[in-house]
Design a protein around this ligand. Sequence first.
Ligand SMILES: O=C(O)CCC(=O)C(=O)O
Ligand SMILES: [Fe+2]
Length: 268
Amino acid sequence: MVSCSKLLNTSQMANFVSDGLLVFNGLIPESINSEVMRELDDGKIQGRAAAAGQPLSDLWQQSHGIGAMMRMAEVQGIIESLVGPSPLYDHHAAHRVPPRHHEGQFWHVDAIIDVRTHFDIQIFYFPHDTPRVMGGTLFLPGSHLRRAHEFDISRHQNFRGQLPIVCPAGTVVVGHHGLWHCAQPNHTDSMRYMIKIRINPTVRQKLLWDTSDLHDPDVPNILSRNHGWYGEDDRLEICNRIKLWRFLVGDDKYDVNYWLTRIENQPS
Ligand SMILES: O=C(O)CCC(=O)C(=O)O
Ligand SMILES: [Fe+2]
């Protein structure tokens, strides 16, 4: 268990539901960041080397880099707030993008066929300063509930509201599994490192965060955010977010601005 002070608050949870991601700039200290890059160079954090579906806590127990990072109370608090205690390891990807690698990835979603309300999280960890010229990962806030399939979205180049992760060393982004994203080119003379780890819940995702501010009056505004890229379709996304918020708070009557109540009114 982590101390309550490390759990996310209600406003952060609402922002996760609205944007599909949370950014924690410079969360991980330099001592761990440099050890992680050493582990990556030594091939000790190979992607897909571990079996999917095992307890996350079984992984990297001897590691002072990635293991120490995952054991930090702040990281545990993020994980526990979103997927609860005793989560499972799904897979991870250890990225070393060489200097002058001028190609980026196509826009994609890592989910396969995934229409659950229950969700996995993906941790994206940037162990060194990542300026725009080095890429970072490009995310599309508010895309996670659009249920796109893998590379079906790859024909797109740029979206209004896209968010390049330009960040200080030790930044952690936690995203919903449905979030649209793509790696950006590395135009620098240095290696670019990034580790992504996907995590599954083993408990019902309900009120797992620090709920002392559960009735934060700003939640409806956060859930109503318009990210711009979907034009006039913002109401569809707001409805999707209200459904996810209902699931998370365990209240199937929760609504914002009468959006769902109106369409659920089916007198017989
Ligand atoms: O390298 C990146 O920035 C993103 C990589 C990616 O798409 C992934 O690991 O799923
Ligand atoms: Fe990806």
